[in-house]
Design a protein. Structure first.
Length: 134
C-alpha cells in the first residue's frame, strides 16, 4: 500500500490528503521515520493543523511529551473546526500532563470542554487535574 500512496503523492503533489494517508500507512507498518518525513513534506505544501497534529501524536508516542508539545501547540492554534480544535486541544493537554506540566493543560482542556462538552476523554483528563473544572 505504501508504494501506491507514494505514487499518489507524486501525482497529486499539491493535495496534502494523500500525504496524510501515506503517513498513516507508514505508521501502521511501524515505519515511523517514513511517516514523519512525508508529514514534513506535506508542510512544505500547506501548514495544516492535521499535519502538525499527526506529527505531535507520533512524537508523543515515540519520543515523549516534551518533544510533542511544539507540534501540538501549532496544531491547536491552526485548528479551525470545533472537532479539530477539540481533538488538538485534548492531545496538547495530554502532552502537557505527561510532561509534568498539568497547570498548562487546564486552559486547552477548558477550551475543549466549552466547545465540545460531550468529549469524555477531555472531561476525564480535566477531572484528574482538578482545580475547578468548568
Amino acid at each position: 500500500a505504501a508504494t501506491e500512496y507514494r505514487a499518489l503523492v507524486h501525482q497529486l503533489r499539491y493535495n496534502t490528503s494523500s500525504y496524510y494517508r501515506l503517513a498513516g500507512v507508514y505508521a501502521r507498518g511501524k515505519n515511523i521515520r517514513g511517516g514523519r518525513e512525508i508529514l514534513f513534506e506535506s508542510l512544505l505544501i500547506d501548514s495544516t493543523s492535521l499535519a502538525f497534529q499527526l506529527l505531535g501524536r507520533i512524537t508523543l508516542e515515540h519520543d515523549g511529551a516534551e518533544a510533542a508539545i511544539p507540534f501540538l501547540e501549532k496544531a491547536f492554534h491552526l485548528s479551525n473546526t470545533v472537532d479539530d480544535r477539540a481533538e488538538c486541544g485534548y492531545f496538547l493537554a495530554l502532552a502537557y500532563v505527561q510532561a509534568g506540566r498539568a497547570d498548562q493543560a487546564i486552559e486547552p482542556l477548558d477550551h475543549v470542554l466549552r466547545v465540545k462538552p460531550d468529549f469524555p476523554a477531555a472531561r476525564s483528563l480535566r477531572d484528574r487535574i482538578g482545580k475547578g473544572s468548568p
